[in-house]
Write a protein that binds this ligand. Structure first.
Ligand SMILES: [Zn+2]
Length: 107
């Protein structure tokens, strides 16, 4: 298991998520433009806001998972399932680098 390359992958993902979360957060909470006076435009903006907020929630959650994985690598727990302590398995970690459960405990 090449932990170094997984660590690098996770760090890249972390940076991506952090900058994306910053953008979505700004979009949601620091509106520069006043709400459009046109009703149709308002509806579109509201829909867009909902999408961006969903995206942010998703990003925040994924970032938390990535951080947990990085911490687990640091602590030397990365390869073992958080529930049963068995090997998670290289194949599974490649597919889902931030999982902390083996396939048995995840299902
Ligand atoms: Zn397990």
């Amino acid at each position: 298991m090449d932990l170094q390359s997984i660590t690098n992958e996770l760090k890249v993902r972390k940076e991506e998520l952090e900058s994306r979360n910053e953008r979505t957060h700004k979009h949601t909470y620091q509106k520069e433009q006043p709400v459009s006076p046109n009703f149709n435009e308002q509806v579109k903006e509201t829909e867009n806001d909902a999408l961006v907020m969903a995206l942010e929630a998703e990003g925040v959650e994924e970032l938390a998972q990535v951080n947990t994985a990085l911490k687990r690598i640091e602590d030397g727990d990365y390869l073992n399932c958080a529930a049963c302590g068995e090997d998670i398995g290289e194949e599974r970690l490649h597919a889902i680098p931030y999982t902390d459960h083996c396939i048995k405990c995840a299902s």
